[in-house]
Design a protein around this ligand. Structure first.
Ligand code: GLV
Length: 334
């Protein structure tokens, strides 16, 4: 056994196998001593701090809060690899200052997340969850078998979808919308041109869209982007879909708009605090479809994410370039 092997902490069990068969962690085990968290749920701040004190590498999940205090308490940490595309749970500034490279898993989850966004869009437009409840709860009775105004929802064809954020997932949602005969408008902070999408200023996208789907990353500039003012700019018949991060939407303002009829419906896979609090007003609204942060939750996608996160950590520990790195300036500097 070679001496001085780095130590890697993996904060949760990962799905899947290595491409060559065997455990998904095998490529990492070749170069590091791996310690996998086996406790219930996520490790939590204290356990993470303890586990990381002696570790050079961390493979984390989006439920792990990797903040400045944690980073500063882990003198040996060199590489953080998150099994997620979003990295808002990691203090990137603190990591970069310490020369810690941070990897993520873009690309492999694009289609799964775009599929879920579109599924949510359809579910909200066609009131699928309300219909399901109606049947299960015994309201579908002989005297109300079918009537012309039963469960009327929104059409997709000929309607306008507004995509906020035109990265890979936003663009994949735009392609799906084209297949449904929708016009697609979009907004991105860089205002770059994207094929099949009419790029407009944010207020224009909000005002023109029948559906608005959120695909920006959560950062200081996007926190609360869809607040009272943005919601007021939307059509009262519009539907909001969020599969990005909860903090981008002001949930109180959204709940109020949905309850008052200022907005037709919403479909949400992500929330400012997860799990969604029992007292959240969103739970009581019939015109909201709720999902438990499952955008990338397919067997194939989660396995690909796990493999990519493992490869990123392995590369970082070996001093090689990561397949996906969110702070490449750290490597260029060293
Ligand atoms: C999921 O939300 C991810 O960031 O991968």
């Amino acid at each position: 056994m070679p001496q001085n092997r780095p130590r890697a902490f993996i904060s949760g069990a990962l799905p899947g196998r290595a491409l060559a068969g065997g455990s998904v962690l095998d490529p990492l085990r070749e170069v590091a001593d791996c310690h996998v968290w086996e406790g219930q749920g996520s490790p939590g701040e204290g356990a993470l701090r303890e586990a990381l004190h002696e570790s050079e590498g961390l493979l984390c999940l989006l439920t792990d809060r990797v903040d400045r205090a944690l980073i500063e308490a882990c003198p040996r940490l060199r590489v953080i690899s998150s099994c997620s595309v979003g990295v808002d749970h990691i203090d990137l500034g603190a990591a970069s200052e310490r020369g810690i490279v941070v990897g993520n898993t873009p690309g492999v989850l694009t289609d799964a997340t775009a599929d879920l966004a579109f599924g949510l869009l359809l579910a909200a437009a066609r009131r699928l969850v309300e219909g399901d409840r109606f049947v299960r709860e015994g309201h579908w009775r002989a005297e109300r078998r079918w009537y012309p105004s039963m469960f009327l929802g929104a059409d997709l064809s000929g309607k306008t979808l507004g995509v906020l954020g035109l990265g890979p997932i936003g663009r994949a949602v735009a392609r799906r919308a084209a297949g449904f005969g929708m016009r697609v408008v979009g907004w991105t902070r860089s205002m770059r041109e994207v094929e099949g999408v009419e790029t407009l200023a944010l207020p224009e996208v909000l005002a023109q869209s029948d559906f608005v789907s959120v695909h920006v990353a959560l950062a200081e500039e996007t926190r609360g982007l869809i607040g009272e003012k943005a919601i007021a700019a939307m059509k009262p018949t519009a539907i909001l879909i969020n599969t990005a991060r909860g903090g981008i939407v002001d949930e109180a303002a959204l709940a109020e708009a949905l309850a008052s009829g200022a907005l037709f419906a919403a479909a949400l896979d992500v929330f400012a605090d997860e799990p969604l609090a029992p007292e959240s007003p969103l739970r009581d609204l019939p015109n909201v479809v709720l999902a438990p942060h499952m955008g990338s939750a397919t067997h194939r996608t989660r396995e690909a994410m796990a493999r990519m996160a493992v490869e990123n950590l392995r590369a970082g520990l070996l001093g090689e370039p990561l397949a996906a790195c969110v702070n490449p300036e750290v490597i260029q500097r060293s």
